[in-house]
Write a protein that binds this ligand. Structure first.
Ligand code: ATP
Length: 342
């Protein structure tokens, strides 16, 4: 059994080179049993390579990979208690849904008995809310349903960790949102550790217990979505996780970051709320209506341009400002973050 505190997967000083390319650079990471962890970063930062080293499809150039405390460096993928779900989930078109889901079990030797396999398929399909779909062909399913079959195919093995490589990238926006919620619920229900790779910060923030941000092969910060958003350790993380404004810092190598939703605007400085540390005359340069809020691009004579997100409630109380209007903007001291300008 894995105890609460034991890491289910661990990287110890793991590096991976492909020729001259350093894909992963000297990373330590401990994935906790039962958590939903996302690895977030831009294209090419080493996310997939990290996942493939956990799965055993790649071996580190240096360092060790541990699964449930056991050093598995060099152990091939089929001997590891992990399963991977890919962006292109490649179901077998000639097999039924049940045939796809049971595939892994039917390859086992000795082969489990037929009734046991049927029971496991029913359970796995129920987990992904596809009970009764076992007899269908995969081309008779929607994209979201096919993705759920791919999940069931991995979950039937009851892996210690499910590794998900951009599994929702092929789905349209609305379906992706639904599947994000579903994946999160599924993870809570089955209690299996999920490790998701994504370049989509919204996806990482909304689904995960913890997020690990990567940059050029290195893990730069790991924390809960709220910690990363409210207490980013660097300009890079603040910029990558959510939208923010940067202003020159007092000292060399520092920036001041203020999130656009923490900025108040009003027709003039006197109408701004009490207790603000900054009150600035600004001009409205642009306005974008985004449904639940309106995004204003404003300009201050010295600080330059910055973004403000005004919720609908503000509009209700103060009205809408037009391009060219001279207004006032301000924020509280707590909204200010001084960050290293990396
Ligand atoms: P994406 O989001 O685009 O999938 P990623 O963060 O998953 O990107 P990786 O696929 O891990 O990034 O790649 C990291 C770096 O390693 C990239 O520069 C990539 O070109 C390089 N790389 C990955 N696999 C190989 C390989 N088999 N041979 C050579 N270089 C590789």
């Amino acid at each position: 059994m894995v105890s609460e505190t034991q890491s289910v997967i661990e990287f110890r000083k793991v590096s991976k080179r492909f020729g001259d390319v350093v894909a992963v650079a000297d990373n330590d990471l401990a994935v906790r049993a039962g958590e939903f962890l996302s690895i977030l970063g831009p294209s090419g930062c080493g996310k997939t390579t990290s996942l493939r080293m956990m799965a055993g499809f790649e071996q580190p150039t240096r360092g060790d990979v541990l699964i449930r405390g056991e050093n598995v460096t060099g152990v091939p993928a089929y001997r590891r208690p992990v399963n991977m779900v890919f962006q292109h989930y490649a179901l077998f078109p000639h097999l039924s849904v049940a045939g796809n889901v049971s595939y892994g079990l039917r390859q086992r030797r000795p082969r489990p008995e037929r009734a046991g396999i049927a029971r496991a398929v029913d359970e796995a399909l129920a987990m992904v809310r596809l009970s009764g779909f076992g007899g269908r062909r995969t081309h008779e399913l929607s994209g979201g349903q096919q993705q759920r079959v791919a999940l069931a195919r991995a979950l039937i093995n009851r892996p210690a960790v499910l590794l998900l490589d951009e599994p929702l990238a092929a789905l349209d926006r609305k379906l992706r949102r639904d599947m994000q919620i579903e994946l999160q619920n599924l993870q809570r229900d089955v209690g299996i550790t999920f490790l998701l790779v994504t370049h989509d910060q919204e996806e990482a923030l909304s689904m995960s217990d913890r997020v690990c941000v990567m940059r050029e092969g290195r893990i730069v910060q790991t924390g809960s979505p709220r910690e990363l958003y409210d207490r980013p350790g660097s300009r890079y993380v603040a910029d990558f996780v959510g939208k923010t404004n940067f202003f020159p810092g007092q000292r060399h190598g520092e920036v001041l970051s203020v999130r656009p939703e923490l900025i108040d605007i009003a027709a003039d400085a006197a109408k701004l709320p009490e207790g603000l540390s900054a009150r600035l005359p600004v001009k409205v340069l642009n306005r974008i209506f985004l449904g639940e809020h309106t995004e204003y691009l404003v300009a201050h004579a010295e600080l330059g341009q910055f973004l403000v997100m005004a919720p609908r409630k503000t509009e209700r109380d103060h009205g809408v400002y037009d391009i060219g209007d001279s207004i006032a903007a301000g924020w509280r001291r707590e909204a200010e973050r001084i960050l290293p300008n990396d």
